[in-house]
Design a protein around this ligand. Sequence first.
Ligand SMILES: *Cc1c(COP(=O)(O)O)cnc(C)c1O
Length: 340
Amino acid sequence: MKVNLISDTVTKPSEGMLEAMFAAQVGDDVFKEDESINTLETDLAKLFGVEAALFFPSGTMANQTAIKLHTQPGEQLICDHYSHVYNYEGGGVSFNSGVSCKLIVGDRGRISATQIEACINPPDFYHSPKTSLVCLENTTNKGGGAVYDFNDMIAIRALCETHNLALHLDGARLWNALEVTNEAPAAYGKIFDTISVCLSKGLGCPVGSVLLGSKAMIDQAIRIRKVFGGGMRQSGYLAAAGSYALKNHRKDLREDHRKAKEIETVLSTCTFVDKVQPVSTNIIIFSLISTFSELDFISKMRKQSIDLIALGKGKLRMVTHRDYTRKQHDHVLTTLTKMN
Ligand SMILES: *Cc1c(COP(=O)(O)O)cnc(C)c1O
């Protein structure tokens, strides 16, 4: 038995998903003639109460497109110092858009309106980069799956309006947040200018992200996606997986969250564990006591066929997902308990 907890991207398509992919009606999406892509985009736009949506091969490309849409070279965006757009998109913010990041040390990846306000450069002070965009992440990745309080995001929206800033949500794991809070996706559509969502994380698709926004935004986004090399042809096979996942897999996120909580509970009783971050969704971040190195721990776990990753700075991470079975889960809990 191999247990892979390095990420929620390691899943394989379920049988039903594969059948839906086989049965997909496809066309050439560069000519916008792929029925399955068009259906997925229309359905998601409707779900979020926005005018339009656009399918992307990756979350990175969807985020990078959004940043390109909202900024001009030389400008600055504001985000948490843990954010994916800053840490894990290969420096695309500067490479693609010529933009710098003003970083905020938030609370597990979440930033507040007060913190953001303090980072906005005065628009008439031409010595500083012009602040043009705020990027939030929900749930947070490096922040350990933390979920925003909706009222905090409303306050950020109001601040952005006052200061004429665009607001983008990196919602790679927004599905996890929605599962925990029971919020309506349309509430998000109302307060963000653009939202990116992943289909290949918790929902279990092989590939795919979608960018949501107004028709004017998405019309521009198609051009940027083309420039980035993200115009795909018969991508409807992938969209069919997405539509299947939205209908059939969303509710299973609850089980991922439950298992993550159970791992948190066991870890917090382990004498070799120093700290476990509060688990809100499907990501568990923890650190070990100083006499136990992360590398030793990872190799001990690997001997029991359990894979996890080190995040650096003494932090370890496990992520639960839909291919992480109850049987595997029992094996993980037992292994941790026995290591005590
Ligand atoms: C995974 C992830 C993305 C997108 O990553 P891709 O691998 O390019 O699909 C974006 N933001 C966050 C927070 C993520 O966790």
